[in-house]
Ligand binder design. Structure first.
Ligand code: CP
Length: 309
């Protein structure tokens, strides 16, 4: 928690004057590489870099780059004209820092949990690399979430509930993994609620309390953090086991809480994950949470520019 407290203090200081280090990134270039779509991460990372005086470049791999082969030993006579092992060092030639977004592919759990793509950037780019959401973690989101909880908590040790909610598509575990990871280090009473079969990876949940009864988990909560994720366990990795709409966050369940703040990383499917009424209520802090993505990223970029681990 010592490190987290220092980072939170840095975030608070930067928020008071986000241009205090506007020359730190002078003549430095950030390359942001997206293998997947983004709204918040793209804009907040770019804004954070600009606050520090950096130049930014964005490469959307799926839209305007050569299709990349990522397999080893592949005879490249198909529709992918460039191998990632050439592409990454070339990208490194044009920048000073690299941010990478590469979601879980659900083809091979080992590849996802080894962060296969992110690790190749770390090994081959010759540049410091940070995650803009990998296959298994989304630390910039979790840091922004922690900053937001710090700002809105009304007691020293609030009850924070991470609740699974339904979704029509199989989503990665990156956001809940990182949220659990951070909450386990923060001074909060942390509870996770989800249907049986949705247990997250133990390296992230550690000793967190798991309550399978969602309504029980909501009782007395100060923060409700909703998110869908697909199955982690080997036999059903990346699958959807539950579509029970009763897990949606609604006004009745929020009434069980201690006037809890509602949080979600966004994008969110209304009336699937959460009702219109809850997300539009005065207790919803999803915009403040999204706004803190800029500050969270600025702390990380500032530290990277300063060479701080
Ligand atoms: N929360 C988040 O990472 O949003 P984007 O996917 O839009 O970047």
């Amino acid at each position: 928690m010592g490190n987290l407290n220092a980072a939170l203090q840095e975030a608070s200081d930067l928020k008071k004057d986000r241009f205090a280090f506007k020359y730190l990134g002078n003549n430095k270039t950030l390359l942001m590489v997206f293998f997947n779509s983004s709204l918040r991460t793209r804009l907040s990372t770019q804004k954070a870099a600009m606050n520090l005086g950096m130049n930014t470049m964005v490469l959307d791999i799926a839209q305007n780059a050569w299709r990349l082969e990522t397999g080893t030993g592949v005879i490249m006579d198909g529709d992918k004209p460039e191998h990632i092992r050439e592409a990454i060092p070339v990208m490194g030639c044009y920048c000073d820092l690299i941010g990478v977004r590469s979601f879980a592919r659900f083809e091979n759990k080992q590849d996802d949990y080894n962060e296969n793509i992110l690790q190749q950037f770390i090994q081959l780019s010759g540049r410091p690399v940070f995650s803009m959401e990998g296959a298994t973690t989304h630390p910039l989101q979790a840091f922004a979430d922690l900053i937001t909880i710090e700002e809105f908590k009304t007691k020293k040790r609030p009850k924070v509930v991470l609740t699974w909610a339904p979704h029509p598509k199989a989503l990665p575990q990156a956001v809940p993994n990182s949220f659990a990871d951070f909450m386990n280090e923060a001074d909060v009473d942390f509870v996770i609620t989800h249907p049986k079969g949705y247990e997250l990876a133990p390296q992230f949940t550690r000793d967190a309390r798991v309550e399978y009864n969602q309504k029980e988990a909501f009782r007395g909560a100060d923060f409700i953090y909703a998110k869908n994720w697909s199955v982690f366990e080997d036999a059903h990795y990346g699958e959807i086991l539950c579509t029970d709409t009763n897990w949606m966050v609604d006004e009745a369940k929020m009434s069980l809480t201690n006037h809890a703040r509602f949080m979600h990383c966004l994008p969110v499917r209304r009336n699937v994950i959460v009702t219109d009424g809850v997300i539009e209520s005065p207790h919803s802090i999803v915009f403040q949470e999204a706004a803190n993505r800029e500050i969270a990223c600025q702390v990380v970029l500032k530290r990277m520019l300063e060479g701080v681990e």
